[in-house]
Design a protein around this ligand. Structure first.
Ligand code: GLY
Length: 363
């Protein structure tokens, strides 16, 4: 059964846009793109998996509105967020005659969204794009807020831009096709919003684990909408992450990025490393006397119920993790900066942490 569509607006003056969250609404993309105006040519960028599942539906919906549509497919997986794939896509756009009136559709998870957004930000010095996230993680985080980019070998998201989409379309029925591990990984970012900004939302998650695990369309529509509202607040008030407000979205991520790098990219899904990273950050906050152990316990218990990993393997060497944290993009003047909770629903940026305490927090 379809659920009604909810809209969340990101208010950024002339860069404002709506996020439409509904179910079985992929085919509304034609009307959405037509509504943006002054468009005749659309290029979908997707990956090999998503193309098979949803490529035809989106192609058809756009063609039905009389739009000229092309589709470019990259291999599924993080390695597609590379300079060489970006160059291939720029060349293909040129060959297709794409110009400043072309609109790019990013159809896929975080990799496709970041890559396609980066192509949109750079081709012809910037053309318009629409995000259609097909993973939970992309729906609640990466498709919203305009961070786009590619990786350099050994340095994730090192080349990129802030480039806001024209619109975001979320179809919660798409969540049904996600493997359990992908879905659960997205839930880590959902839990994050509760910890950093909204205790009531955190409690709602604690009290409705059954609906979450069933992927109930109505409940998940509301969950995604709340995450987008919370992210909207950060993006609207600190679009380019200069004041420190937007940085709170990186709760658990300093530990997470080190875990991803040291365990070997691909060992953990990003969301899984976020789950472990949030507990590390919470233990660090405890060690600094900022919170009681109850705050960590609530996160731990919820993450366990959502089937997320909570510990690092014993045999993963700890010292390289601290070195990896120092290479984090958030490091300033050689100091590692952490987002640490003061309670469920509020976090602070802390930058004078003893390295030994950070190391201990991994255990
Ligand atoms: N994913 C963090 C941000 O968008 O700022």
């Amino acid at each position: 059964m379809s659920v009604e569509t909810t809209t969340v607006t990101i208010n950024l003056a002339e860069r404002s846009y709506d996020i439409q969250i509904g179910s079985d609404n992929l085919s509304s993309v034609g009307r959405m793109v037509k509504g943006i105006g002054d468009v005749s040519h659309v290029v979908i960028i997707t990956d090999s998996n998503v193309r098979q599942l949803y490529g035809e539906t989106v192609l058809k919906a756009l063609a039905q509105e009389g739009l000229q549509v092309d589709i470019m497919t990259v291999p599924a997986g993080e390695t597609s967020k590379s300079a060489s794939i970006a160059e291939e896509l720029w060349q293909q756009l040129l060959a297709l005659g794409a110009d400043r009136k072309t609109i790019i559709i990013a159809l896929g998870g975080g990799v496709v969204g970041d890559l396609a957004g980066f192509i949109a930000a750079t081709y012809c010095r910037g053309i318009r794009f629409v995000q259609i996230p097909t993973t939970l993680l992309a729906a609640v985080d990466s498709s919203v807020g305009g961070k786009v980019g590619i990786n350099l070998p050994g340095a994730k998201n090192m080349v990129g831009a802030f480039w806001q989409p024209q619109a975001v379309l979320v179809d919660v029925s798409v969540l049904q096709s996600l493997p359990a591990r992908d879905y659960q990984a997205g839930l880590a970012e959902v839990v994050k919003y509760g910890v950093i900004q909204d205790e009531q939302f955190f409690s709602l998650l604690e009290n409705n684990v059954g609906l979450i695990m069933e992927r109930d369309a109505e409940f998940m529509r509301d969950v995604i909408a709340r995450c987008c509202e919370l992210k909207a607040y950060c993006v609207e008030n600190d679009e380019r992450e200069t004041s420190g407000l937007r940085a709170i979205l990186n709760y658990g991520h300093t530990f997470c990025h080190a875990i991803e790098a040291c365990a070997g990219y691909g060992t953990y899904m990003h969301g899984e490393a976020v789950a472990i990273g949030m507990l590390c950050a919470s233990r660090l906050a405890e060690a600094l006397g900022r919170i009681t152990d109850e705050v960590t316990a609530r996160q731990h218990d919820l993450l366990v119920q959502l089937h997320l990993p909570i510990d690092l393997p014993e045999d993963l060497a700890r010292e390289p993790l601290v070195e990896a944290m120092k290479r984090d993009k958030k490091t300033e003047h050689g100091k590692i900066r952490f987002i640490l909770p003061t309670r469920i629903g509020h976090v602070e940026l802390v930058d004078d942490v003893d390295e030994a305490l950070a190391l201990a927090a991994f255990n």
